[in-house]
Design a binder for this molecule. Structure first.
Ligand code: 5AD
Ligand code: SF4
Length: 457
């Protein structure tokens, strides 16, 4: 483990609670933060109110998640002023930015640790309990070699294969918060996947800001397509990955997905805009035609594939024609799913510096129209599945109470009545009805590796 740095501490063990914002990378980092703290003797607690240490693992990609963090920090500061004994750590992408430091200073944060130094959390807590008044680690120093063996028994496991981003999309803060691309060694990835297989993981998510750039920073590493095949060979029933960039989404990746049975037929391929003019201003290195030709190749080679995307509406200077180009691209790609965002001017990004933001009403109205398009296509695609059988990883009780929820091999959200199973795991489910977001079905058959509901991790 990397937390072998000098210890200053009082040896005091704290009850801690981690709040996670943002993407799956952050969920994975939260696992690391929790494992580090637990292995140093600190104790996780479910309720924020019971914690002596609160860690906020933050996201800075849009304004909204930042506002949420500011609200929580404000509440915590109030409680401390009323006498609550609390240590507060700001971690994740926001911590890396000037904006984060300013918020930390203003709202009384004790520990500031960026995404490149997360294993510093233990020495930081030690230092604070030992009497040091504050701690800051903002360098990119965690080697990506050593990582935590995942908690056993969890059905879904996250595995970071690379960190950072070498693209320079003009709206995006990530290159500043996560630094340049660094790929993890093949051996460490395969070992971690093997550990997860032995621990019973049924679904493995390979993570990175740009997974298909894997290995480009180091000639001794295989390509992403080869890596996919090697990871598939470990034998976990289901392997997914996110997120990809259209620029290096090469045919060999599509072939690996088509040929390896346990690599899921689900591809998240952010397009951001359907207008070449906007793509150019966004600094995206491909154009509409090239993007659509990748979609064609995927749909022709990969059976039953589901494609999802990210789209930003209201990028500065986006005209009505540009926006309509996005709508028409949506129709051509016929996405099964999409994540849609209003442009958010992030301090420090080129687009925030050089371009003028447009009125919020225009952005809201365009987002609404795009959501309508998304609902239309998702419903069309979902209805085509009624009557068919999907393999679903049932993961937990759904928020709606009377259902269990899970995800299909193609990442559809699927619900089955709770009284049909007291187990979690892979199951065959017959789809009976559909909404734009959800498929409802009935259990047909459990697969061998299911686990009792109560024991699920
Ligand atoms: N404004 C709105 N959306 C953004 N994204 C990234 N930066 C911004 C921003 N400044 C979106 C992109 C990206 C997703 C993770 O978040 O669509 O793919
Ligand atoms: Fe941000 Fe673009 Fe890199 Fe994605 S590819 S993380 S949007 S800079």
């Amino acid at each position: 483990m990397t937390a072998t740095t000098q210890h200053y501490g009082s040896g005091r063990h704290l009850r801690f609670h981690v709040l996670t914002y943002g993407c799956q990378m952050n969920e994975y980092d939260t696992n690391t933060i929790q494992s580090e703290l637990v292995s140093a003797g600190h104790m996780p607690v479910d309720a924020l109110a019971d914690a002596e240490l609160v860690v906020l693992n933050t996201c800075a990609v849009r304004g909204k998640p930042v506002e949420k963090v500011v609200t929580v920090l404000g509440e915590l500061r109030k409680e401390r002023r009323q006498g609550r004994d609390l240590t507060v750590a700001l971690m994740g992408c926001l911590a890396q930015l000037e904006e984060g430091r300013e918020i930390a200073d203003r709202l009384g944060v004790d520990i500031l640790i960026g995404p490149g130094a997360i294993t510093d959390i233990v020495p930081a807590v030690d230092a604070l309990t030992g009497g040091v008044s504050e701690w800051e680690s903002l360098e990119f120093k965690d080697d990506l070699v050593t990582h935590i063996t995942p908690a056993s028994g969890s059905l879904t496991g996250f595995l970071t294969i690379m960190r950072g981003c070498n693209h320079h999309c003009t709206y995006c803060i990530v290159p500043q918060t996560r630094g340049p691309e660094v790929s993890r060694p093949l051996k460490a990835i395969l070992q971690e996947a093997e550990d997860m297989r032995q621990a019973g993981t049924q679904e493995l998510y390979l993570l990175g800001q740009n997974v298909n750039s894997y290995g480009l920073d180091d000639p001794s590493l295989p390509s992403f397509a080869e890596l996919l095949r090697r990871v598939a060979g470990v034998g976990i029933p289901r392997v997914k990955f996110t997120t990809s960039h259209p620029m290096n989404f090469t045919s060999d990746i599509i072939d690996a997905i088509a040929e390896e049975e346990n690599i899921c037929n689900f591809i998240h391929l952010p397009v951001q805009s359907g207008s070449d003019r906007v793509l150019r201003r966004m600094g995206r290195e491909y154009r509409r035609d090239r993007y659509l030709s990748i979609i064609d190749e995927i749909r022709s080679k990969v059976d039953n594939v589901v494609i999802s995307t990210d789209i930003i509406v209201g990028f500065p200077g986006e005209t009505e024609d540009d926006f309509e180009a996005t709508l028409s691209l949506y129709d051509e790609a016929a996405y099964e799913q999409a994540y849609m965002f209003m442009y958010s001017a992030r301090p420090g990004t080129p687009s925030a510096k050089h371009f003028k933001d447009m009125p919020r009403e225009v952005k809201t109205e365009r987002l609404q129209r795009l959501i309508e398009r998304q609902k239309h296509w998702s419903l069309v695609k979902h209805r085509q599945l009624v009557g068919s059988t999907l393999r679903v990883l049932i993961k937990d009780i759904a928020n709606e109470g009377d259902y269990l929820y899970g995800h299909s091999d193609q990442n559809h959200t699927v619900l089955i009545p709770k009284n049909q199973s007291n187990r979690l795991g892979l199951m065959d489910v017959v789809i009976e009805s559909a909404t734009p977001h959800t498929l409802y079905g009935s259990l047909k058959e459990h697969h061998a590796a299911s686990v009792p509901l109560l024991m699920a991790g």
